[in-house]
Design a protein around this ligand. Structure first.
Ligand code: SF4
Length: 217
């Protein structure tokens, strides 16, 4: 397990990062993340939105409310418990601004590349046993080139192989769609059924980790 000091150093480095400002991609850097050294679950989103950038905390806006409802269905007793037990971060850690269509801009490949060392260091330090991947950029990082319908409802190992619920492989990767209302994917009843399946598969993993049964597995 990471020490408080190690994590504080890492967070100090990330929170002080201005790479995308220096490279001309962002007018302002305001990295967002939260987590504790003993977290065994890491949730990786795409990038913070405007509300998250303002509060400097992950998943605060409408998407955050939907995500917390999903996490409650996956076994977390409260939002407080979810935020205490899940290390929350994203592929890029600063609000990218609005895109041409009015929604949040998808960070460019170059921005993802600039931010990648931060995520690599977070993964190396926290060593999560379960990775919850929320949205396209997180899927692309770990399970590239697959449509959402082939990801949601399945569990994968780090090599990208789909695994059953009895596997002892760690970490496990569980993809979820983005909870943003901008995504129409969940309008399809078949896709909502895939989300239900994903949350049903997530629940026993969460329960086991909250009970500390998987520590050292
Ligand atoms: S998005 Fe990542 S690399 Fe870019 S400024 Fe923010 S923390 Fe740094």
């Amino acid at each position: 397990m990471a020490s408080d000091l190690q994590l504080a150093r890492l967070h100090r480095d990330i929170l002080g990062c201005t790479r995308c400002v220096d490279a001309g991609f962002l007018p302002l850097a305001a990295p967002v993340l939260s987590g504790y050294p003993d977290n065994q679950i890491m949730l990786i989103g795409q990038a913070p939105g405007a509300v998250e950038a303002d509060r400097r905390l992950p998943f605060q806006g409408r998407s955050g409310k939907v995500l917390m409802q999903w996490l409650a269905r996956a076994g977390f007793a409260s939002e407080m418990e979810a935020r205490r037990r899940i290390y929350m971060t994203s592929v890029t850690k600063c609000f990218p601004g609005k895109g041409a269509a009015g929604g949040d801009r998808r960070p460019s490949r170059a921005e993802v590349g600039l931010c990648r060392p931060h995520l690599d260091r977070q993964l190396a330090l926290i060593k999560p046993l379960l990775l919850i991947l929320v949205g396209g950029l997180a899927h692309e990082r770990f399970l590239p080139g697959r449509p959402l319908a082939e990801l949601v409802g399945r569990v994968f190992d780090l090599s990208g192989r789909a695994v059953g619920s009895r596997t002892r492989t760690r970490p496990l990767l569980l993809p979820l769609p983005h909870p943003s209302g901008a995504s129409r994917w969940l309008n399809d009843p078949g896709n909502r059924a895939l989300l239900d399946r994903a949350l049903r598969r997530l629940r026993p993993m969460v329960t086991a980790l909250l009970d500390q049964k998987l520590v050292g597995a």
